[in-house]
Design a protein around this ligand. Structure first.
Ligand code: HEC
Length: 113
């Protein structure tokens, strides 16, 4: 009896997951914030505020790194660190559009140009 109710709740969770993918049109439609949380927050901290490594949405960081540099570093990774290449063209998992969305999200904290 107990086992049976566990199985059906698992089934409901699975159905909700599938439904959310269908409704959002697959994970390529995730926002920059969602993509950041899924791929980067583990190291760079929630909302880019810093974690086991540097903060990316920090005003001082953003003042010295433009979007192009950040996009390139995200796509290609940083050699000799755990920062791997995320760009699909570099063997990673993210499309150029997804990386652009993440950088745009992080740069919303930029106060200078
Ligand atoms: C496994 C941990 C880890 C993950 C996950 C990770 N990074 Fe990094 N990232 C690092 C480390 C470590 C560095 C090197 C920091 C340094 O230069 O001291 C770095 C550096 C960077 C830099 C360059 C900083 C600079 O100017 O030198 C950018 C930009 C960056 N990460 C963006 C991202 C983005 C965007 C994501 C998600 C798509 C991400 N990182 C995911 C660990 C990670």
């Amino acid at each position: 009896m107990q086992q049976q109710s566990f199985d059906s709740s698992l089934l409901i969770v699975l159905m909700l997951l599938i439904a959310s993918f269908v409704l959002t049109g697959c994970d390529s439609e995730l926002s920059g914030a969602d993509l950041y949380t899924l791929n980067c927050a583990g190291c760079h901290g929630a909302a880019g505020k810093g974690g086991s490594t540097i903060a990316l949405s920090d005003a001082a960081y953003l003042a010295t790194h433009d979007d192009k540099t950040m996009t390139q570093l995200t796509s290609e990774g940083v050699p000799n660190t755990v920062m791997r290449a995320f760009g699909k063209t570099k063997g990673g998992t993210l499309t150029d559009e997804q990386i652009t969305a993440i950088v745009k999200y992080l740069c919303s904290a930029r106060t200078t140009n």
